[in-house]
Design a protein around this ligand. Sequence first.
Ligand SMILES: NC(=O)CCC(=O)C(=O)O
Length: 268
Amino acid sequence: MRAALSQIAVRPDETVAERRARVAGLVREQHTADLVVLPELWTVGAFAFDAFRAHAEPLDGPTAQAMGAAAADARVWLHAGSIIEDGPDGTLFNTSLVFAPDGRLRRTYRKIHRFGFDRGEATLLGRGEETVTLTLGEGGPAELTAGLATCYDLRFPEQFRLLVDAGAGMFVVPAGWPAARRAHWSLLARARAVESQAYVLACGTAGAHAGVEQAGHSVVVDPWGEVLAEAGAGEETLVVDLDPALVAKTRAEFPALRDRVLGVPTPR
Ligand SMILES: NC(=O)CCC(=O)C(=O)O
């Protein structure tokens, strides 16, 4: 399975509509991939909190339409990163969109852990209530179930354990992670891969927006924790071949997941 992670910058010199068109073009270029991944909130910028409401969209809005068309033209699975979803009763969500190669929206995932403590996402957005998986290549030799998570979720291993229990052998994590905490990003991506014996496809944002320098450094980690590819700080597309069989092989040869003790006693 070939994955392409496009690390996009939220450039100050382009409008959201211009960026949408540019990104759709980048997706179309990746027609030899099976799966294309984009960052979190690449339309508006993950830290552009003041612009969230103005750029909120429904699930069939302009970003969804542009990304569905690009996925269909390239014949790829497209994890189109996330949008600010204009949800029921005016509630906003940070919602990831996954399109099938026929261009249809196949999954949505509302970010569960909202970043900002008592500000930012935490006060502006509703919280996602569901973990989400999606099986690619179903029934075929390259079948691989993806668990979805977004940026700050990477800090919460319990979410990833639920995804593993639901069958995930790969995690797809779009992000807008700041450069100030780049070391955490790289460490946590590898930690999630090692503890779950799963691929991690973590696609960050390049450049700077809303005064926040972005870490970039998108990374693909294999189920043994080896970094297969890592981007720099600028705009870049990583193209990596994954071996879905490696998940089961790693778990069989080093059966740490099998050795989990469920219901470890609470501390005395
Ligand atoms: N967009 C985010 O979720 C940012 C997360 C972050 O900055 C951190 O976890 O650190």
